[in-house]
Ligand binder design. Sequence first.
Ligand SMILES: *Cc1c(COP(=O)(O)O)cnc(C)c1O
Length: 397
Amino acid sequence: MLSWEQMPATDQSHRRCDDSERSPDWLRQRAWVEIDRSALAANIRQIKTRLSPQTALMAVVKADAYGHGAITVSQTVLEAGAEWLGVATLPEGIELRKAGISAPILILGATYTPEQVRALVHWKLQPTICTPKQALVFAEVLTEFEESLPVHLKIDTGMSRLGTPWQEAIEFVRMVAGLSQFKIASVYSHFATADDRDSTVMNQQNDRFKRVLSQIADAGISIPRLHIANSAATLADSNLHYDMVRVGLAVYGLYPAEHLRGAIDLRPVLQVKARVTQVKTIPTGTGVSYGYKFIADRPTRIAIVGIGYADGVPRNLSDRLKVILRDRLVPQIGAITMDQLILDVSTIPDVEVGEVVTLLGTQGNQHIWADDWATTLGTISWEILCGFKHRLPRIVQ
Ligand SMILES: *Cc1c(COP(=O)(O)O)cnc(C)c1O
């Protein structure tokens, strides 16, 4: 155990240090996230069983690796066989370089200021170029440097987000190919509906991508790497793999759609646990938590748990959440508050302070994963996972 003087000032201050410096006992005091590195590695190996040897695997680790911790995740997936990392922002890329990660890193989001260009060069990070105008800004700044910068050209084939529209793509690619400041590392696009069971739109986007690729070939420009598939497209159709796939959600062990469940064998990586902090019995008619959304219709044994919406448990799950306690599902009652929530433990009246409750994860025969919460809430599991990147200490196993 650490002495009181050494204890971190905030729950997550350990994230800036080496996890091993902190005692897991300290981190497990109130509520915490557990990250299973062996599940991560197993997911990478599973995904690779779907890829031909010529197809590289980019693990997408944006948003602090979907709330799992970007540095730990990056190190683990690279050891397990991923070749590339994808992040959304420049600071996310710099964080990985500062941690000593040397694998190629693509910034999937847009960078466009001269300061960002200099930082990209300095940290050997590879940008996405989305428009001819952005290319010109980059080219101007790059005259300060001797080496050409590897860049990835983004074509909009129907997502209507970043990228040059596919109808204008050939002029864009020609222009960048003509600038000596650049080395085109890849041409890529992104699907809007890859998780739909109906693949019509996805196939249309892929057809547009192929049309651009044949125009590029006709222009005599050779591109070392082409890619378009996210997790859903990677699992759905091997014709979409090209030279690389960009996989996020599946790396973390969740299926991007119900109909893709079981396409490969994935194991969820993140579990969320918290401790009971008080237990008591309330009489019939007693209101529970803010707004009295729950009023006891019988004497009710309740347990208070030290985790709330500021930790990543969405407040909209109030009165709809179930947690695992002693291998049993137990209902949460009343409003979820910022730092605490309340359970009806009438079925387990001898629950004690300090017992561990599993909010996301598995215990005995029970399991609850981010997709279960997402279904209840009418959102997607990606958003649930990202909710855990802020406050809770993370225990890496
Ligand atoms: C986030 C992202 C991905 C990964 O998506 P998943 O559905 O999580 O696999 C791939 N490509 C781009 C451009 C992205 O922004």
